[in-house]
Design a protein around this ligand. Sequence first.
Ligand code: NOJ
Length: 719
Amino acid sequence: MANIEAILSRMTLEEKIGQLMQYNASVFLDTSAEITGPMAQFGLSEADLGRLGSVLNFASADEMKQMQDMHLAKDPNKIPMLFMMDVIHGYRTIYPIPLGLSCSFDPELAKNCSRMAAREAGASGVQVTFTPMVDYARDPRWGRVMECCGEDPMLSGDLGAAQVEGFQGDNLKKPENLAACVKHFAGYGGAEAGRDYNLVERSERELREYFLPAYKACIDAGVELLMPSFNSLNGIPSVANPWLMQKILKEEWNYQGLVISDYNALGELLVHGIAADEKQAAKLAFENGCDIEMCSSTYLHHLKELVEEGAVSEEQIDAAVGRVLELKDRMGLFEDPYHGADQQKAESLYLCPEHRRIAREAAEQSAVLLKNNGLLPLDEKLNRLAVIGPFAREQGIIGSWSCCGRDEDSVSVAQGIRDLLPDAKITVAPGCGCRWDDRDTSGFAEAVEAAKNAQAVILCLGEPQSYSGEGNCRTDIRLPGMQLELARAVIEANPNTAVVLFHGRPLDIHELDEIAPAILSMWFPGSEGGSAAANLLFGRANPCGKLAMTFPRSVGQCPIYYNHPNTGRPHWTAEARQQHYASDYIDCGTLPLYSFGHGLSYSEFSYSDMEVSAPVMTAEEPIQVSVSLRNRSSRPGKEVVQLYMRDPVASVVRPVQQLIGYQKIAFGPNEEKQVRFTVTEEMLRFWNFEGQHVSEPGTIELMIGYADHFCTRATVELK
Ligand code: NOJ
């Protein structure tokens, strides 16, 4: 263990401030660095490189070692740098995008995926990953929904915490463990109109109820770092927002870890119009608890001056630097500045059979069977198949934020089917019918011909991966280009057409839903997407994913989410919808196309005999809820049993339904099981008007099934 106090006592103020700065690896690696290039851009000197605390974005363990050596040679205190990167859903082997993975409702699986990513990333020299992203989101126009865990706060928290555990492991000194950074605190997913970086104006009660819990779950799981969001939250950008960074994070949650800004977020305080100059930006961010500044230079240029003027105390600087040094110490960097990184080992892990297996399983469990009129699963004996559509041969299905993942490493649907059924005659229309996004229909005739000659068609549609992710918001969330028209032509030519969908957000596919016999959503499934799709289409794997985010019927319904508070003129019961003056649209209605929790299986599950263990519950005496579940098919399968509650009378308007528990359970053929949940008073709490987290006595309705499609209900009195 390093003696942090002794190190601090040897450091000059400039050296301390250096620990609070982070820049791109290009400041080291760009050989034109001295006069022009990245160093000039950030106003860095050669000496600053010897004081730097951390670096982000680099290509390999060898590159990391080269930079660490360059730095240590210049650093009088010999303090190793930390190396950080966005390892979001895999390093080189890519597993499904986080929103897809959430549909697995399987925190253990998420943990496993993170372990695999940590192994590859750690060997490649990464020590800190900017993940998990648990921004609560309801608006599919926002491109970054692909990175989030969906529209339920509890599920987001569970998945986020599982990623923290998966990445961090039991001991940060081990090369296969990375420190995790939860982001973007807070409310980034609430951007007005689904437009990236836009303002977020939300009531404190809404923030506490929906937006904040998942970050807290990650902190409770021991996350080492936290990144404030770019957006202004109720008027002040997060990194400078005292309510968020001091009151909630430090005072209420007692967060002790590091805070790192987002990319140039301190520079953007000037653009927001919150700081008149860089000096004020540095002061605002630092006094609100931002320890490390990423890729702007307000600390580099002004923190020393602020200390000399007495606007910032050296004790505060020591506390921030202490947190940086302690993390370095917990990671064992003072003993091994390379953290065990080894490029040769990394190469042996990339896309290794075990990692590919995990990626495939994750893709299978994340896929959601949205519709099936009985066409799926397809019979493996079919020997004339047509694989059509712009995603038929596409390998660009790993999704945005794929770190070092490469499209060419991934398995396309056509390849996946070929691998599964080597003897079948598979026709892939050379032009695949059409491209994603232009109006060209010249490939339709060939696609229709292929469809006519096949016993079944697999039609692979979607939005390109570049349409989601940071900065990629859409106002029109339908299938781009001529894809719907292609679907019409192909389905008319051959009604045995199953659609396989690739996407980074819930899409408006209501017209496709009207014509397609079966629709399988793969999200962006990662390196093994095509093998997973093939297994699912032919019944080698049984779909079990459930939507973590609602699919609207029209973009005009957005934001749309299952757990919305009630209104005085509800739309969500059948009688209410008859009323003209209901909270409804005259041209579309308010029901989604597919709601949160929806997802079909090839097994047939029936629920019965929901029981509560007692009619009354108290804080001291929780109740048990049980339900019988039977697989009425001969096909083994998994079902995500979902328990919801509604609090019909409370001092504030409550959501019409709220998930309070879920269990993913495996069933053998025709197997029946009793599933039990414990419901505690704590699970029924909400934020009241006075800002307290309370439960109130009264009747609580409990429902099992999924949003708006409940199979069975019971009530309990909370005393
Ligand atoms: C900007 C993004 O908002 C954030 O999620 C990411 O971690 C950083 N850039 C670093 O790449």
